[in-house]
Write a protein that binds this ligand. Structure first.
Ligand code: SF4
Ligand code: SF4
Length: 318
């Protein structure tokens, strides 16, 4: 096994352990419905954890992810089916008010701020983060690909034909470099200024719009992301989102992911041509480190020889 793979594996395992422990480290409550991250509260007990896990968002989110695995493994998900599914996800988790809090972004940045500054991790954020992490370990980006409303919205907009057919696949090293840099700069800023990470990540937090909070700068920035989505598949996820960064790391060890049957593949590259992401090329080429795969099923649908499956990762041969 390559040294980089070993480092990544260790990082994934460490992250998984932290995510599993997070609800137990958290304080009850959650700073109220405003989603503020730094509120205190009573100590966590089993009742409050189970209440958090049994909230509507987690129940429906769990069902959506489970439906994703079942659909990916049993049918070919073509563009129309996927668009219909993404519209449903957007309506359910983006438009229905009961599903809003905590937003994925707050679930990530508030606990990170608390860990960096010695603050309090609130229970609803910790549970949400463990939920996102848990789904991502079960299946590659199951949360991002099957639950997140802003991911769904970008994917729906990406269906709009681009002028002159100019759909762009960003080189992953560049997009991931930008995403990591933004996260690291934000972390340095909280350590330097004492402000919470949300102060920086909130500059471009599209989830605020689902709360009907329309500040001019945010509207312009999110508008730019949505226009970019016509040309680029999920630009916010690949370039900015810290949750996307976390789930990309976890994706490297997820149990279910898109995998290729070399015996069936004749290298026709139809999957690469018909898929919107930069990930499928890495899968076909057998690269160890893959760009984010949002488990959309487009490559599986495109393959005429059924060489691609959303299956359990096989152990690499020595
Ligand atoms: S990367 Fe962020 S915005 Fe994209 S689907 Fe995941 S949580 Fe949502
Ligand atoms: S590799 Fe790309 S096309 Fe295939 S499921 Fe993942 S995101 Fe979709």
């Amino acid at each position: 096994m390559k040294r980089n793979t070993i480092y990544l594996l260790v990082l994934c395992i460490a992250l998984s352990v932290i995510l599993i422990c997070m609800p137990a480290m958290a304080k009850g409550g959650g700073g109220g419905g405003d989603g503020s991250g730094m509120g205190g509260g009573r100590n966590t007990d089993i009742t409050s954890i189970s209440t958090g896990i049994l909230s509507l968002k987690f129940i429906f989110g769990g069902f959506a992810a489970l439906a994703g695995i079942i659909l990916l493994r049993t049918i070919k998900i073509n563009r129309n089916i996927r668009t219909l599914l993404m519209c449903t996800i957007f309506m359910l988790f983006g438009v229905l008010v009961v599903m809003h809090q905590p937003s994925p972004l707050r679930a990530m940045v508030d606990p990170v701020t608390a860990l960096a500054t010695g603050g309090v991790i609130t229970l609803n954020k910790a549970t949400m983060l463990a939920f996102i992490g848990g789904l991502s370990v079960i299946g590659a980006k199951l949360f991002c690909g099957w639950v997140c409303p802003f991911g769904a919205l970008q994917e729906i907009i990406n269906r709009i034909p681009a002028p002159f057919q100019r759909k762009i696949k960003l080189p992953f090293k560049i997009s991931n470099g930008i995403r990591i840099s933004l996260f690291v700069i934000s972390l340095i800023m909280i350590l330097a200024t004492g402000y919470d990470l949300y102060t920086y990540q909130n500059i471009l937090n599209p989830f605020e719009l689902f709360n009907w909070q329309f500040e001019a700068v945010l509207v312009v920035l999110v508008g730019a992301v949505l226009v970019a989505s016509v040309f680029v598949y999920r630009p916010f996820c690949y370039l900015v989102c810290p949750v996307g960064l976390l789930t990309w790391v976890l994706e490297q060890v997820s149990i279910f992911s898109v995998r290729i049957d070399r015996g069936k593949c004749n290298d026709c590259k139809k999957c690469i041509l018909k898929s919107p992401c930069p990930s499928i090329k890495a899968i076909v080429d057998g690269d160890t480190l893959r760009p984010d795969c949002f488990a959309c099923g487009a490559c599986i649908d495109a393959c005429p020889r059924d060489a691609l499956k959303f299956g359990i990762r096989k152990k690499a041969k020595a």
